[in-house]
Write a protein that binds this ligand. Sequence first.
Ligand SMILES: [Zn+2]
Length: 536
Amino acid sequence: MIKVTCLGAAGSVTGSNYLIENSQGKKVLVDCGLFQGGKQIELRNWQDWGFNPTQIHTLFLTHAHIDHSGRIPKLVKDGFRGKIITSPPTAGLCQIMLLDSAHVQEMDAEWQTRKDKRKGKKEILPLYTTKDATQSLQYLSPTERDQIITVEPGIKARLRNAGHILGSSIVELWIEEANEEIKIVFSGDLGKQDQLIVKDPYKIFAADYLFIESTYGDRVHRPFEDSKKELLEAIQYALSHEEKVIIPAFALERTQEILYLLGEFYRDKILPNIPVYLDSPLAIQATEIFRKNKKYYDEQARAIVDQGFDPFDMPNLHFTPTTEESIAINEKPGSAIIIAASGMCTAGRIKHHLKHNLWRPGASIIIVGFQAQGTTGRKIVDGEKQVKIFREDVAVKAKVFTIGGFSAHADQKDLLEWVSHFTEPQPKAFVVHGEATASEALATVIREKFGMEVHVPKWKESLILKAREVVRKEVPTEVTPIEISQTMLNKVIDLEYEIERLKKRLKEKEEKATITYEDVSKLEYIQEELQGILPE
Ligand SMILES: [Zn+2]
C-alpha cells in the first residue's frame, strides 16, 4: 500500500508539497514550495510539516519557482539532510531564487517587527534566513533528466522535461509493493506547446496514477502570435511619443522571454537601436544561468545560437545591477525599454520607474504577468486613475497594455493534449495545483473525454494507491490437491458458522417478525446452487 498526502498545492496553486510513503515506511517528497498569496494562506508556511523532515532522504524538485522550492531552507533548518534530486538548471536557478526568497523573508520580518514594536509586541523572526538558505543549497543534487535512478530500496525515479521554465521537470516514480511495481507521475507545472526557449513537455504514455497541475485547467490562452504583435505595438506607441516603455516582469523565465522577443525584433530590424535596461539584480543573475544552459534550449533558440547570436542579447542592452545605475536610467531623456521587478509592482525598482513614468502621457506600461488582487499592478490593469507609490498619489496617464499570452503554463487545451497520450495503461488521475474551479473543470473534461477515473484531492488529504488490475502481474502459483481440499473444508466451516447464526436468529423471538418469504426463497436458492456445484 502506498500513501500520498497532498500537503500543498491542493485546492490552491502555491505551497506544492506531496509526501509519498511505501509500506516499508520509506518516505520521499515531491516539491517543497512556499505558500503565497495573502496572510491567511501564508500562515501555512509556519505550520507543522505533516512529517518529520529528519526521516526524509529524498526530495524531488520539479522546478525553481518559489511556490515549488521556497520552503527548502526551512526543511533543512528543521532537520532534512537528504538529497534534493533536480535537473542541473533548476539547481543553478535555486542558488539565486532561494537566497532572494530568504532576503524577502528577512525584510518582511523586519518590517513587521518595526510595526509591532509600536504596539509593544515581540520581535518577529523570519521563516528562514539567508544563512539557512545558503546552508540548504549543499543538499541540491543535480541529476540529468531521462535516466532512471534508484533513490531508496524499491523506489526508482526519472525526471522528464516539463517545458514550463528552464530545467522544469516531470517526475516519474516507480514504487515496488508486494511483487508489484506502481508507477506514479507528477506533472509539476507543465508548459504550453511551442513555448519560447524551452522544449515542449515530454509525452508520457503509461502510469498507474497521475498527479496533474490545473493552474489554467478552465481556460484557453490567446494565440501567442497575437501577444507578440501586441508587445511590438505597445513599444512602438512609446517610441512614437519619445517616451519610455516600462515592463514589470518576473525575474525567472518571463524576463528572458521578453529579452528573447526584443532580440528577435532587433534582428528582424523592426525595433530601432534604443536602449534596453534589465534593471533587476535577480533577473540579471537568472539570465546568466539561462546563458550557461544552452543545451536545454529548444530547436529555435538553438538555431539562434548556431547563427552566432545570444537569444537574450542586443547591441543596446544594459544590465544595471547597482542602485546608482538604476537611478541613472531615469535621468536619461528619450525612449528606452525598462524591464524591472517586481512583477506585480508591489516592491523593488519597478516602483521608482512607475513613479517617474506612470503620469507621462505617451509612455507605455506593459503588463505581461498575472496581477493578484490588491497589488499596484492590478490597480493599473483595472484602470484606476491614480495609484499610491511610496505614499504619493501618482496619476495614470501612460497607456496601459495588458498582454495575456505570456503564460508559461499549459492551458486546458495543452493539458488535455498531454493527458491524451496516457494509454498503456490509462492512469487514475488526481487534479492538483489549481484553484478549486480550475481543478474541477479540468477533472470534468478529463473524465468526459478519456473516461478516466479522476479525483480532486483537498489540502492534507491522504490517498491510498494500490496496484491496479490493469498492470497486476500474475504471480504463478501451483496449487496442490491437498490445498484445494483444505480450502474447501475452510469454506464449509464458514458456511456452517453462518447457518448456526441464522438458526440462532430464527429462534430469537424479536427476529422472527423480520423474516419474510423472500428470505426463505433466498435460502432455497442457495441450497439449490450448492447442490448444483458441489462435486458428487
Ligand atoms: Zn512554476
